[in-house]
Ligand binder design. Structure first.
Ligand code: FAD
Length: 398
């Protein structure tokens, strides 16, 4: 039996979430199966776009056509029904049904690419004011752009100095808005890179006139008549600003998995190498999953765009006659801020007692290797990324 005849089965496939993992799933599915029905639901109002380029969209370097994952007629041409602005409320895995509002849909196979949403610190959760934003979706960027155009803010605060926070600060800086970057921990990019490398990045950020406030938590966004006028720190001092971006991390969209038989680890879906959940006709991929790290084999949260895409692709092949096993998470984090490319791979946060060797350190570039018994455990490249493919190959060849 060839692939084509196998797929005269006319399955009903439902996809929840429409980002990196789901788009890779759908695209791969349609490459070998034109007969099954595919219905996709996205809680967002926009057609799928690449989140990695949102900062470029904010600065005007990319427009909508550059960041859209597919032209809108892709869905019609490929007979894929898309429901935007449609949150799936519940899954009944026994009856093989999902529920959206009052409607229910039956499936033979379900793919979950439901990812994450911004994490809002508890103390800021109930705050609503003009000038307060998150930094996660195209809608966020459009709201920020509209605000900048209409209100011309004189100063901004970014809460959180992770990759998204630094990208946000960089985008605002490039639009001439003075920025203060506030971080609860004692170095920036905590969790991503070690403290010494963090200090090096701090210098780059400060050189661009961005104020960095470390070791401080924001406990309140101050507003009057619905307009932001500052943030209050734990020490009760106030930082004045008329715009605040919360970039304090992300949280899993795992509520949908409540009351299902899908096995979880701390809210993340556990999948096998075919990207099947513990309910075999439900597949999953992307940031909602924990998958084995390609080197350590430890179950690790997926957090990058390329990992999500590969998981979606492998999940689709599980429904074909030629399944492709997911090889494991590479976890190559990348970003671009203050004119510098950033890559980090492997264990780079100083968590273990690896040998840290800064093999290139100038005012503009930093290359750091982390080795143990002469084995490359991780690397950080900023500013000069010319050795990226060589290091990636060495890292993966272990
Ligand atoms: C600002 C930003 C910049 C980034 N930059 C990079 C980068 O440069 N490089 C990189 O590798 N990674 C980057 N990432 C991370 C990368 O975007 C994620 O790893 C990737 O988007 C994960 O894709 P995903 O398919 O898991 O789903 P997500 O992108 O998390 O999307 C999940 C989608 O599912 C929807 N959804 C959730 N629940 C439901 C429901 N019940 N019903 C319907 N829809 C639902 C959500 O609304 C969302 O649209 C960035 C992330 C952000 C936020």
């Amino acid at each position: 039996m060839n692939v084509k005849s196998y797929y005269t089965m006319n399955k009903s496939i439902i996809v929840v979430g429409l980002s990196a993992a789901s788009m890779a799933f759908i695209t791969k599915m349609r490459s070998f199966d034109q007969s099954s029905s595919i219905i996709a639901f996205s809680a967002e109002k926009d057609f799928p776009y690449n989140r990695c380029f949102l900062a470029d969209f904010l600065t005007g370097k990319s427009d909508l056509s550059n960041i859209e994952l597919k032209p809108q007629d892709f869905f019609e041409k490929n007979n894929i029904v898309v429901h935007l602005n449609s949150r799936v409320d519940r899954i009944d895995s026994k009856q093989q049904q999902i529920f959206v509002g009052h409607k229910s849909y039956n499936y033979d196979n379900l793919f979950l690419g439901i990812g994450t949403r911004p994490l809002i610190p508890e103390s800021l959760k109930n705050c609503k004011a003009d000038g307060l934003f998150t930094f996660h979706t195209l809608q966020d960027m459009q709201s920020i752009l509209k605000f900048i155009k209409n209100r011309q803010p004189r100063a901004a605060v970014v809460i959180g100095a992770g990759l998204n926070g630094i990208e946000a600060a960089s985008s605002l800086y490039s639009q001439g808005i003075p920025v203060a970057l506030i971080e609860a921990q004692d170095s920036i990019l905590p969790g991503q890179i070690d403290q010494k490398s963090g200090y090096w990045v701090e210098n780059i950020v400060r050189r661009h006139g961005v104020m960095i406030i470390k070791n401080h938590k924001v406990i309140e966004v101050c507003h009057k008549n619905g307009l932001v006028h500052g943030v209050r720190l734990e020490t009760h001092s106030k930082v004045r600003c008329d715009m605040v971006i919360i970039a304090a991390g992300s949280q899993l969209n795992s509520e949908l998995l409540d009351h299902t038989d899908i096995q979880l680890q701390n809210g993340s879906i556990i999948v096998n190498e075919n990207m099947q959940t513990s309910v075999p006709n439900i597949l999953a991929g992307g940031d909602i999953c924990v998958v084995p790290d390609i080197i350590s084999k430890q179950l690790t949260r997926s957090t990058t765009w390329p990992d999500a895409m590969l998981q979606g692709l492998c999940a689709a092949t599980t429904l074909s006659l030629n399944p492709r096993k997911y090889p494991g998470l590479i976890g190559l984090r990348n970003s671009h801020f203050f004119g510098k490319d950033f890559y980090a791979c492997g264990v780079t946060n100083g968590q273990f007692d690896y040998l840290r060797q800064a093999c290139l350190q100038t005012d503009d570039a930093l290359n750091v290797l982390f080795t143990q018994n002469e084995i490359l455990k991780g690397f950080i490249l900023i500013g000069d990324i010319s050795s990226l493919s060589e290091l990636k190959n060495i890292y993966l060849s272990k």
